[in-house]
Design a protein around this ligand. Structure first.
Ligand code: UDP
Length: 482
């Protein structure tokens, strides 16, 4: 047999759909480009590994899936909380902190793999798993952080955490001391956990040990494109003095999403035939990602805006803020009376429960725009298809992503900010009209088409394709691939 020692990339996402999905996409992307003697492993808790196993197509069977035992109940979480699906947003930080209990088992796993493979091992870990750097250093293996977010948005997020308790800021507008290129931020753009950070709350204490670990890592990988996101990437190069590689877009194809993600609220073929029945560029897609949800009053305003705007739409509805995230679908409680019947009978829209086939929807020619929380996975999926956005950021770095899309890229109109925003149906309706039917929307779609070509070219095979070159640099520097 072949005695060549094999190299190993060991990927470790945080246990949330918005993290597992880009990690799986990156694993498949690495597999498609790397030589055969690079083994790719994904490590996670048993439930997520079982879902990944069911999702992987036969061609990807050679991605190794490795389990770490995890006791959610020991951390004050519901017993089966092995990912954020069953958690209301405020409990997510508890799961993030509980993940550090995986350290001894992860350390044993890496030391076993090092002995078995014979070649270099590189851990590629999530932004919330900074402690994995310590394991890598103890065992003498390489380490990179993979950020499923973008350079600009994450640059702002990182800068706010490392520099300040910004709630103490006197003015409502301020610049970031180490990232002035980002421009002014408004206090309403701080996510609740940054706005309320006082140095002793769970998020501040977590990030004060987690983020400095990024600087101890060997490199940062971002799901973005150099030509699109230069300022944010330059910021990270400046503050970490590490290799910062833009390897995006990292988008998980529809056929690889069989079990990652939640159970779909609509069959893919039904969704497709509905979209097929609509004219090109006539449909608005509405979704707030895998963890966030809007309030009941906001839902009412949005429903009215969608109804009066007259546009075709697909809306992924999840239980509103304050309602049980795991409850049955109760449209009569959450939505205006008769809304679902009027919309679906009139063939105007689809109301999808909980989870939709998002990449299939965004790639359909009938879809013109996306009301999005601006989670970066959703943003990259939209930009890869030339779909423009109506931003409604809710948490984390989503506010900064929205700012980037509006001010730098020019493919987004912001409709609201977070759960405390005053949302009026007339405002939303007029923004929907401007983007779907107005000149503003036309111009944005023109720019989005250019961005789509830029993003596709970056990941292509041509000489000078920036993401492909960055990936090869990563292979050479950290994975022992020549
Ligand atoms: N997603 C999906 N269907 C849905 C909602 C979300 O497939 O109904 C996927 C979406 O395509 C993306 C991920 O879930 O890949 C969400 O990641 P993102 O970074 O956009 O947001 P997060 O959920 O992390 O806030």
């Amino acid at each position: 047999g072949d005695e060549k020692p094999s190299s190993n990339v060991v990927m470790f996402p945080f246990m949330a759909q918005g993290h597992i999905i880009p990690f799986l996409a990156l694993a498949l992307k690495i597999k498609a480009r790397a030589p055969d003697n690079l083994t790719i492993s994904i490590v996670n808790t048993p439930l997520n590994i079982a879902n990944l196993r069911a999702s992987l197509p036969d061609t990807a069977a050679s991605i190794e899936l490795l389990e770490l035992p995890f006791d959610a109940a020991a951390h004050g979480l519901p017993p089966h909380a092995q990912n954020t699906d069953v958690l209301p947003y405020p409990l997510v930080i508890r799961l993030i902190r509980a993940a550090a209990s995986l350290k001894p088992a992860f350390s044993r796993l890496i030391s076993d793999l090092t002995a078995r493979r014979g070649g270099p091992v590189c851990v590629v870990a999530d932004i919330f798993l900074g402690w994995t750097v310590d394991v890598a250093r103890e065992l003498g293996v390489h380490h990179a952080v993979f950020c499923g977010g973008g350079g600009f948005g994450f640059g702002c997020y990182y800068s706010v955490w490392v520099n300040t308790p910004h709630r103490k800021t006197q003015s409502r507008e301020f610049a970031l001391p180490d990232f002035p290129e980002a421009g002014k931020l408004h206090i309403s753009q701080l996510p609740a956990n940054q706005l309320n950070a006082d140095g002793v709350d769970p998020w501040s204490t977590f990030q004060s040990t987690n983020l400095p670990k990024w600087i101890e890592s060997d490199a940062l990988l971002f799901n973005t494109v150099e030509e699109l996101d230069a300022a944010g990437l330059a910021y990270f190069r400046r503050v970490t003095k590490k290799n910062v590689w833009a390897i995006g877009p990292v988008v998980l194809a529809a056929e690889n999403r069989r079990r990652v993600g939640k159970k779909q609220g609509i069959a893919s073929d039904l969704c497709k035939s509905w979209l097929d029945s609509k004219p090109p560029n006539s449909v608005l897609y509405v979704s707030f990602g895998s963890n966030n949800t809007i309030s009941a009053p906001h839902m009412t305003q949005l429903a009215a805006a969608l109804e009066t705007s007259g546009v075709n739409f697909i809306w992924v509805v999840r239980p509103p803020l304050g309602f049980d995230i795991n409850s049955e679908f109760r449209d009569s409680e959450w939505l205006p009376e008769g809304f679902v019947e009027r919309i679906e009978d009139g063939k105007r829209g689809l109301v999808v429960r909980d989870w939709a086939p998002q990449v299939e929807i965004l790639s359909h020619p009938s879809v013109a725009a996306f009301v999005s929380h601006c989670g970066w996975g959703s943003v990259m999926e939209a930009l890869s298809e030339g779909v423009v956005l109506l931003g409604w950021p809710m948490a984390g770095e989503q506010f900064y992503n929205a700012k980037f899309l509006v001010e730098v890229v020019g493919v987004c109109v912001e409709v609201a900010r977070g759960s405390g925003w005053e949302v009026r149906q007339e405002d939303i309706a007029s923004k929907i009209a401007a983007v779907m039917r107005g000149r503003e929307g036309e111009e944005m779609r023109g720019r989005a088409a250019e961005v789509r070509e830029m993003v596709r070219a970056a990941a292509g095979d041509a000489d000078g394709s920036s993401s492909t070159k960055a990936m090869d640099d990563f292979f050479r520097a950290l994975c022992g691939v020549v």
